[in-house]
Structure formats: structure tokens, C-alpha cells
Design a protein around this ligand. Structure first.
Ligand SMILES: *Cc1c(COP(=O)(O)O)cnc(C)c1O
Length: 432
């Protein structure tokens, strides 16, 4: 008997339906596999370090919902707590104790934050932080770095890395030129360029930065760079905004500001602090944060902000992360992964550069060190796409773009990491 494989591919079927109903079939562009080709997988469930697609195929997952899942997927304690919280009501539109508890947890972990306002996404956090900076300084201009992504608010969608870069889009239509003109951009890791901008412009409200970039792939700050940024902003009366939506509670409990010992004026958080539910937050000193409504005139609000389910998942995640040994384990396991990936690449004759800070990393198909967007953009994206698909075939789900960071969770054990390295050896052979 001849066996013919007639099993329908559920992901393809679902994607075809989605394409009719949702722009590009996805609710966020980076999910569309445009950077690597092919059909995105529809995920049905996830557990620990793995995700399972609509066709019941299971993969080791290094996307981790793009950063939040530092404890792994469907953590039992969190799932149980969410069920309990849901039974008590899913939204009140009134204050509740969980908001206070999560705020206490954040303030205890990050000394530059004395007061914090919860929002529903990282985009809202950075948008609100910019408004606060402009309101406080009565200046309009902001400086961002090429390839840094700070969400999709109008002022920040300029040379914005991540999805925009993956799609090769110019800065987005729909952002008024009269607004974009207030956003100045300089290359990451280039203190000289920032100094020039400060010489040319007197009215800079704030400099916003991903202190470790994740959104052009992982690019760490060069020694001394963040210190220079801190010093120049102070000198010119501009506020320093650390966008730690990705790095907060990721590269250290206290974020990149702890790791590099820099005190920003405003910090944006998201991802991990929501434990996989939609959350963002921004915070700073009492003196600064008092200017936000209702105590101050700078307006910002949210129907679902401080949502009890989101606060529950975030609170339990941050409490678990009090255990500092977790960060050492993440560091060790991630180092093991990156060394394994590098040697697998080298063995197959590929030139790659692997950047890593803590448990976020990127292997660039690039012969030179990557320290800014121009460098990241020299990577061989087509080759990355082939490697990505070869890894999928081996049961490993990497970010579907060269310009994204990968994430290791506490459920990525040494066994799982060794399986990944074996998969990479085969994938590199296959690609070469
Ligand atoms: C993910 C991310 C954002 C945007 O957060 P959303 O929740 O997707 O709106 C902003 N800044 C950085 C650094 C991010 O990684």
C-alpha cells in the first residue's frame, strides 16, 4: 500500500483564513515570518520551554513571547493564581491591593523608581514617558538611537529597528512630518554623535534608549557609553529615559541600570512585569512622577490599567525573581547555549557573531562585531532565514527575524540547551 501524506497543515489553513480577516494575518507584524519566508506557525499551547503548534508539533521556544516568559510557559503557580484571581472578577476600574503590591515589588527592585504608573503595554509606557519629559522640560525634541524600538507611538517610530527593519520599511506613513521632526536619531554606541546633537539643539526634552538593545538583535552598550549618555543629558537639562521594557528583570533583577550602574530619570517597563499578560509601566522619582494626573497636569489614563489578572501574573513573576541565583543560572545556561551555537556555526564554516547580555542574545550572520544598526544591517538575512527554517525542522523555534533577540527562561535546562546545540549542528550542515 502506498501511503500518501494527506494530513492538512492546520497552520496554513488558519493563516489563509486569518489573511482574509486580519491585516497580513497577524496582530503584530513580526509574527508574519516576512523576515524568513514561509507560513507562520499557529500556536495552540505552550508549557515550560516548549510551544506546540496547531498540527501538534512541539518546538523548543526561544521567543518566549518576545521576552516576558522568563519563568517559562504556563508556570503552574501563575496559572493557578490566575484562575483564582479571575474568579474574584477580571476588572474593577477601581484601585485594588495587587496594584500596590506590584508597585512595591518594582520600587524595591529598581532604586531610580520611587513611584510607578501601570499601563497596558510597553508602547503606552514609552509614549507616556515622552509626554512626561516634554511636559516637565517644556521642550519638544527627543533623541533616540537608530535601531532602537520603543513601541509604535508616533514620536518614536523613527529608525525603529525590529519589525520595521525586518520588513525593510521606511519610517511609517501616518506619522506627521511636523511630529517626526522633533525626533532626532543618532547611532547607538556613538557618544560623539550624541554630543554633536546636543551642540546643535537647545530644546531637547529627553534621550530615550534601550540600554541593551534587543530590537536590532541583541547589541550591548560599549564600556562607558551609557555613562556618557547619562553625563550629557544631565549637563544639558534633558531627561534620560531608559526603555527597559525588555531588559527590566531580564538582564538583572534591577534591569540594565543595575547591571551597568546608571541611574536614569525615567524607566519604562513591560514584558516580564506582566508575567505574560498585557502590562507596561513607567516610573521615576517622586518629584517627577507627582506631575502626572491627578496630582499634576500631565494627563495619562487607562480603563484596564492595573488589571487584577495582569497584576497577579506580574507580581508572582517578580516575587519568584527575588531569588538572585536564578540570574546566575540564566547567565550560565545562556553562555552554554551561545558557545554551543558559535562552535556549531564555526564547525560548518559559517561566520557568525553572537552577542549576549544575560539571557538575551542574537547570533548575527555577520563577519564583524555588531555594535550598532549599520553593523547589524550587514548581516546575511537570507542565510538567517534558511537557518531559521532548518532549526524549525529540527524542532527549535527561533525568532523569525535576524533583528530580534532570543530569550532563555529558567525552564531551558542544560538538557534542552544541549538538544538545541545538536539541532544547530544539523541545521548548519543542512544550510551549507
Ligand atoms: C517590546 C518593546 C516595546 C513595546 O512594548 P509593547 O508591549 O509591544 O507595546 C518597547 N520598548 C522595548 C525596548 C521593547 O522591547
Amino acid at each position: 500500500m502506498t501511503s500518501i501524506d494527506v494530513s492538512p497543515d492546520r497552520s496554513q489553513e488558519l493563516f489563509a483564513r486569518a489573511l482574509e480577516l486580519i491585516p497580513g494575518g497577524v496582530n503584530s507584524p513580526v509574527r508574519a515570518f516576512r523576515g524568513v519566508g514561509g507560513t507562520p506557525l499557529f500556536i495552540k499551547s505552550a508549557s515550560g520551554a516548549t510551544i506546540t503548534d496547531a498540527d501538534e508539533r512541539t518546538y523548543i521556544d526561544y521567543v518566549g513571547s518576545w521576552g516576558p516568559m522568563i519563568l517559562g510557559h504556563a508556570d503552574e503557580e501563575i496559572v493557578n493564581a490566575l484562575a483564582e484571581a479571575a474568579a474574584n472578577g477580571t476588572s474593577f476600574g477601581a484601585p485594588n491591593e495587587l496594584e500596590v503590591q506590584l508597585a512595591e515589588e518594582i520600587v524595591a527592585a529598581i532604586p531610580s523608581i520611587e513611584m510607578v504608573r501601570m499601563v497596558n503595554s510597553g508602547t503606552e509606557a514609552t509614549m507616556s514617558a515622552i509626554r512626561l519629559a516634554r511636559g516637565l522640560t517644556a521642550r519638544d525634541k527627543i533623541v533616540k538611537f537608530e535601531g532602537c524600538y520603543h513601541g509604535h507611538a508616533d514620536s518614536l517610530l523613527v529608525k525603529a529597528g525590529s519589525g520595521v527593519a525586518t520588513l525593510g520599511l521606511p519610517d511609517s506613513p501616518g506619522v506627521p512630518a511636523s511630529l517626526a521632526q522633533h525626533t532626532l536619531t543618532v547611532p547607538f554606541n556613538n557618544a560623539g554623535a550624541l554630543a554633536d546633537v546636543f551642540k546643535q539643539h537647545q530644546d531637547i526634552a529627553a534621550v530615550i534608549i534601550e540600554p541593551v538593545v534587543g530590537n536590532m538583535g541583541c547589541v550591548p552598550p560599549q564600556p562607558g557609553f551609557l555613562n556618557s549618555v547619562r553625563q550629557m543629558t544631565s549637563q544639558h537639562g534633558a531627561l534620560l529615559i531608559f526603555d527597559e521594557v525588555m531588559t527590566g528583570f531580564r538582564v538583572a533583577r534591577g534591569g540594565a541600570q543595575q547591571r551597568y550602574d546608571i541611574r536614569p530619570d525615567i524607566t519604562c517597563l513591560g514584558k516580564i512585569i506582566g508575567g505574560g499578560l498585557p502590562v507596561g509601566a513607567y516610573g521615576g522619582s517622586r518629584e517627577l512622577m507627582r506631575n502626572i494626573a491627578p496630582t499634576g497636569p500631565i494627563y495619562q489614563a487607562g480603563t484596564l490599567s492595573g488589571n487584577p489578572l495582569a497584576m497577579t501574573a506580574g507580581l508572582l513573576t517578580l516575587r519568584r525573581l527575588r531569588d538572585e541565583t536564578i540570574y546566575q543560572t540564566l547567565e550560565d545556561n545562556s553562555a552554554r547555549l551561545c558557545e554551543g551555537l558559535s562552535s556549531a556555526a564555526a564547525a560548518a564554516g559559517f561566520r557568525t557573531v553572537t552577542n549576549r547580555v544575560g539571557s538575551m542574545w542574537t547570533s548575527f550572520f555577520n563577519g564583524e562585531p555588531v555594535k550598532d544598526w549599520a553593523g547589524a544591517n550587514k548581516s546575511d538575512r537570507a542565510l538567517y532565514g534558511r537557518f531559521f527554517h532548518a532549526m524549525l525542522d529540527e524542532g527549535v523555534y527561533l525568532a523569525p527575524s535576524q533583528f530580534e533577540a532570543g530569550f532563555v527562561s529558567i525552564t531551558h535546562t542544560n538538557d534542552i540547551i544541549d538538544q538545541t546545540i545538536d539541532a544547530a549542528r544539523k541545521a548548519f550542515q543542512h544550510v551549507s
